[in-house]
Design a protein around this ligand. Structure first.
Ligand code: IVH
Length: 707
């Protein structure tokens, strides 16, 4: 067939041709790079790429997300290409008890300023126990499928998703851009048949349908995925060029009309009573569904209200997962072991005789802390009727969702005669330093600091973990090896960045070690180099300072914006003294405990020197101020005071934050704007004294475009 001149192509023809070219080029790439067996000549290959580029140049809007022009060769055989989600894929808040549902409803009413009698409807549908997938359709065609990953970046599994029957390749009458989100899962019968086939072939079997679904979707060879019967339920959406509907229920119906399966157990409920009734119905049906569900998801039906409610850091305010009760099993506790964490915490772990709990084999469970083992809570009140836990005990284990298994109960009638109360160590089992419990702390901690190898290794593991430096090829296993390797020693984060240089001077080179070669060593050094430039929030998180998790690190980064500003403020701040301390404590979301932890970390000499050695190897990317940059209040510190009439305080705060403002509870010289409603008192007065701009609620709404 002779190609039409590009200038004669209609948009539809161009679209179809780009899709065909993408397929052909991908296929050729694979044959060449992965299988080392080219299927077409180099000249033909070049012609395909040239034509693709010409069509893209004439129709830039049609350029595919997986355009071959953006690609050099096939994606690396080691893994999938990364996809950044334009709208984050979030998780859900959990509830376990019935009264939490009424609280959920009350919380939403409070936030929206709705009275108890105002109508407020919710959808209720099963929570499918699989893995979430985002499907991007452009002009009605499936352009990309991505896993959730960390919510911001997932993996491109488009070719695998195309093999799933429930996922339409094309849609009739869909918005131009439509991201459909839902759950991929495997039915029980298919899971059992798959495991039987695997066992027969001598291949590994899967612990449960969810693992089987995840393992099947994340196959590098789509032919393997195609041979594994996966299914898909749609439950929501991401980016949209036009709204689907005005309510959640209508939007789901629209998705159903477009050809997606939505759960037939989805219902509209008028309030907590109906939600609980439907929960009971779904729980009843659970054993007959033929696939795993682990709870019920409630969502506010009115999409305009969903938009007002918005999100907390990782979960929507307008939805809740009501989980089914955890599954339980009894087994023998063989031994109690102590693990020493990154911050020196001594954590007791129960080594169990393996037992299946809800389809998963469990052989370890957390025992929390020494009080928990002794049978009391943090205030000294008895738990489990005061029964303590001993080695040799017969214990009840449970799993709630994804979390680490826990020990719930002890059967005293089965306690071996010689079992003695557990003596919690008062020295660190790893370094022998004293382990102390500070007043008010439920945890005993090793005082060895950086001399404690367990703490050092855990800090390094944290440093390279996903939300931190996330260095490819440098995971927990490699950290253990480098830490213990005397010639290549990596004892603190800075050592990672001198590894290549030191390896160059070393006689027993990394590439000659067991499990390493030329290529893997070179890849590791390249991956380390790639991280010499690092965003500020990741760096702050990677430092592993107590109480500074990913969310707080992000908050600090967006507040101080540059490493220099952050470092100077932390160095100068003294607990309870001076403007740097006041500013730190004034950041909405920073509490006293975290502020003290930060300031102490920067004051400790050894720790401080270790941070300086690290930063000398890095170029730190500044952070954006909170929210979008082009709002009139981005980066400003706002204080709300008095009564607001058009919205609740919580909503005002969340909206201001979404526009990039920082909301503070008190007026100081750093305040940029005060929004004062009727009854505003001392704060408005102070603002006037300091000459800070003060607006009433209407003027504020005008400013942020909310009226
Ligand atoms: S809604 C922003 N609905 O549960 C809200 N999630 O724990 C996004 N899931 O990552 C989720 N069934 O993978 C929603 N009917 C359902 C669901 C569901 C299963 C999964 C989903 C999500 C996880 C959150």
């Amino acid at each position: 067939m002779v190609d039409q001149p590009v200038e004669n192509l209609s948009e539809d023809e161009a679209w179809a041709e780009l899709a065909r070219l993408a397929r052909q080029i991908t296929r050729a790439d694979e044959a060449y790079h992965r299988k080392d067996a080219p299927e077409i000549s180099d000249a033909d290959y070049d012609a395909l790429k040239r034509r693709n580029a010409e069509i893209e140049a004439r129709f830039p809007a049609l350029k595919r997300a997986d355009s071959p022009s953006e690609r050099v060769g096939a994606p690396p055989a080691e893994g999938f290409a990364k996809v950044r989600h334009e709208r984050r894929m979030l998780s859900l808040g959990n509830a376990f008890e019935a009264d939490e549902i009424a609280e959920f409803d009350a919380r939403i009413r409070r936030y929206l300023g709705l009275g108890a009698e105002a109508p407020l409807r919710y959808t209720a549908e099963p929570k499918i126990d699989g893995l979430s997938l985002s499907l991007r359709y452009e002009m009605g065609r499936l352009a990309q499928a991505a896993t959730r990953g960390d919510g911001e970046t997932g993996e491109n599994v488009t070719r695998n998703a195309r093999t799933i029957d429930d996922i339409p390749e094309t849609l009739e009458g869909a918005p131009e851009i439509l991201e459909v989100r839902g759950e991929v899962y495997m039915a029980h019968a298919d899971f059992e048949a798959l495991n039987a086939r695997q066992a027969e072939a001598g291949d590994k079997t899967f612990a449960n349908p969810r693992n089987a679904a995840a393992g099947s979707l994340r196959q590098l060879d789509p032919k393997i995925t195609a041979a594994r019967p996966l299914r898909f339920f749609a439950y929501g959406w991401g980016v949209l060029s036009d709204p689907l509907a005005k309510t959640q229920m209508d939007a789901l119906d629209r998705l159903a009309a477009l050809g997606f399966r939505i759960s037939p157990l989805t219902r509209l409920c008028d309030g907590p009573d109906e939600m609980l009734a439907h929960y009971a119905e779904i729980e009843q049906a659970r054993s007959t569904l033929g696939y795993d569900i682990d709870g019920v998801v409630y969502k506010v039906d009115d999409l305009a209200l969903q938009a007002r409610l918005g999100f907390r850091s990782t979960t929507p305010r307008w939805a809740l997962a009501h989980k089914f009760p955890a599954e339980l099993a009894w087994t023998r506790l063989e031994k109690i072991e102590i693990q020493v964490g990154r911050t020196g915490a001594l954590s007791p772990v129960a080594r169990l005789h393996p037992v299946t709990v809800g389809g998963v084999v469990v052989s370890n469970a957390t025992l929390h802390n020494e009080d928990y083992i002794a049978g009391r809570d943090a205030s000294g009140n008895p738990i489990r009727d005061g029964k303590d836990i001993r080695e040799g005990d017969w214990v009840q284990v449970y799993r709630a969702g994804d979390v680490i298994p826990k020990v719930a109960d002890v059967d005293l009638s089965k306690r071996p005669e010689r079992a003695a109360p557990y003596a919690f160590p008062t020295t660190c089992p790893e370094c022998g330093s004293e382990a102390i419990r500070e007043e008010g702390d439920s945890v005993r901690r090793c005082t060895g600091g950086l001399i404690c190898p367990a703490q050092a290794v855990e800090r390094l593991k944290h440093f390279v973990s996903r939300g931190a430096f996330d260095i490819e090829g440098l995971g927990a296993k490699q950290i253990e090896m480098f830490y213990r390797d005397d010639s290549l020693r990596v004892r603190e984060p800075a050592d990672i960045f001198t590894l290549e240089e030191r390896d160059g001077q070393n006689l027993s080179k990394l590439k000659n070690r067991e499990g390493w070669g030329d290529k893997s060593a070179a890849n590791l050094f390249a991956a380390i180099d790639a991280r010499r430039t690092i965003p500020l929030d990741r760096l702050i998180y990677a430092l592993g300072i107590r109480h500074v998790g990913e969310v707080n690190a992000d908050l600090l980064a967006r507040t101080y914006q540059t490493w220099e500003a952050f470092e100077t403020a932390m160095t100068n701040a003294r607990v309870d003294e001076g403007p740097d301390w006041d500013y730190l404590l004034g950041i909405d979301g920073v509490g006293r405990v975290m502020a003290e932890s930060l300031v102490t970390a920067f004051q400790q000499e050894a720790e401080r020197a270790s941070i300086d050695r690290l930063v000398a190897h890095l170029s730190v990317e500044p952070a954006q101020p909170r929210g979008q940059v082009d709002s009139p209040v981005a980066g400003k510190t706002v204080v709300f005071t008095g009564t607001l009439e058009k919205m609740t305080r919580a909503e005002a705060k969340a909206r201001a934050e979404a526009l990039g403002a920082k909301v503070s509870g008190s007026v100081s010289k750093k305040t940029d704007l005060v929004v004062a409603g009727p009854g505003a008192g001392s704060k408005a007065k102070k603002a006037a004294e300091l000459g800070i701009e003060t607006l009433d609620e209407d003027a504020w709404l005008d400013l942020v475009g909310g009226r």
